[in-house]
Every structure is written in C-alpha cells, then in structure tokens.
Design a protein around this ligand. Structure first.
Ligand code: FMN
Length: 202
C-alpha cells in the first residue's frame, strides 16, 4: 500500500500517522494563563530534542475551528510549561484531562488532581507524576493553517524532578517502577512488555 498525503484529507493522514508512529510517550503539560489559572492536558506528539541545551518539544495542533488549544495560548502568554510524564496508574486521570473545558477552568480542580509547586516556573507540577520537566519556552514553530494544523513547542528544561521511588539502588531509573504508559492509535494504550537488550556496535 502506498499513500500520497496530497490525496488524503488532513484527518485521514492524522489517523495513519497516529496508528503507525508508536508507541508514543505522553507529555502531560501543565501551564498557567496570564491570570494564574492552571491548565493540564496530554500531548503524545512529544519528543526529547537534545541535551545541550536540554530541550524537548511537543505538538499542540490547532483545534477543529483552527484555534490554538488552551495549552498553547498559555505557553504563548507566559513562556513557561511543565511536562509531567505518565505512569500506568495515572492513565485514567490523564485521559480525563483531554476534555475540552472553557478557557481558564482548571483540569487540576475539575478532576481533583493534586499539584505541587514548581521550583523555577509558575505552572505547578502533577504531584503523582514519576518524572517532571520544568521548561522555559525556547520557540514555537507553526506548520500550516487552520483546523488541525500544527505547532511545535520547544522548551528548555530548567529543572527535572524524578520520584525517588522509581530509582534503583544504583540511582538509575527502574523502568518497571516507572511503568510509563504509551499511547497507540484510537483509544489504545500499552504498558512496557518484555525488555530487549541490544548492545551498541563499537
Ligand atoms: C493520550 C492523548 C494524547 C494527545 N496528544 C495530542 C497531541 O499530540 N496534540 C494535540 O493537539 N492534542 C492531543 N491530544 C488532545 C488534547 O489533549 C486535547 O485537545 C485537550 O483538550 C487540549 O487541552 P487544552 O485546550 O487545555 O490545551 C491528546 C489526547 C490524549 C488523551
């Protein structure tokens, strides 16, 4: 099978991409608006970029009316965000926060999600997240126009938090304790299966 994106509707191409680019980690992004109201939403178009300077990115698409999502509005207004990572046990709460709430209404409050203050940036972190990255906005790159057109938000990591419970005796991350939840297509998610070790060639 061969697909030419030029012959597909954007929504169809989106479906092909989310069913094939996987498993995807989930950035559960907390932000505040100019008035200080908190917001929390998941994004699985998410990746690390580089370590020098420590940089990550996530991709909030425009909504179906072509408008920026609350997260993007807040990042533009404040220049700050926190990426909280999602363990299996947080999956249901994370999913709940993907609901569209009126701008300024907090998913932390609506869904009873405990937060904890960040050290450097104003948006709080999700208290129960195993890992969180406090970020300062580096740049936003816009792709396309209108509904579901994209935005890539790059942030510089200014603090990283790792829960002690997911560290092993050597101080390294124990992936079984972390139990990261992976995003697949549709309503599907996955947990870590069998671990495979491949040594890098010299
Ligand atoms: C697991 C998961 C991953 C998601 N990934 C993305 C994504 O990468 N980009 C995006 O625009 N929306 C994504 N969404 C949808 C947003 O979370 C949803 O539109 C949310 O309402 C945006 O919230 P906001 O308006 O408060 O920013 C995802 C939803 C879920 C449940």
């Amino acid at each position: 099978m061969e697909l030419n994106p030029e012959n597909l509707k954007p929504r169809e191409m989106y479906q092909w991409m989310v069913q094939t680019i996987l498993p995807r980690p989930i950035a559960w992004v907390s932000t505040v608006n100019a008035a200080g109201a908190t917001n929390l939403a998941p994004f699985s178009f998410f990746a690390g970029v580089c370590a020098r300077p420590p940089t990550l990115m996530f991709g909030p698409a425009n909504d179906r009316f072509g408008q920026p999502k609350d997260t993007l509005r807040n990042v533009k207004a404040t220049g700050e965000f926190v990426v909280n990572l999602v363990s299996e046990s947080l999956g249901e709460l994370m999913n709940a926060t993907s609901a569209t709430l009126p701008y300024g209404e907090s998913e932390f409050e609506r869904f009873g999600i405990a937060s904890t203050p960040s050290v450097v940036v104003r948006p709080p972190r999700v208290a129960a997240s195993p890992v969180a990255f406090e970020c300062r906005l580096d740049r936003i790159i816009r792709f396309g126009e209108g509904p579901i057109a994209g935005n890539a938000v790059f942030g510089t990591i200014v603090r990283m938090h790792v829960r002690d419970e997911i560290l092993n005796a050597e101080g390294q991350v124990d992936v079984r304790s972390f139990a990261p939840l992976a995003r697949l297509g549709g309503d599907l998610y996955a947990s870590l299966g069998e671990l495979i070790r491949l040594s890098r060639p010299e």
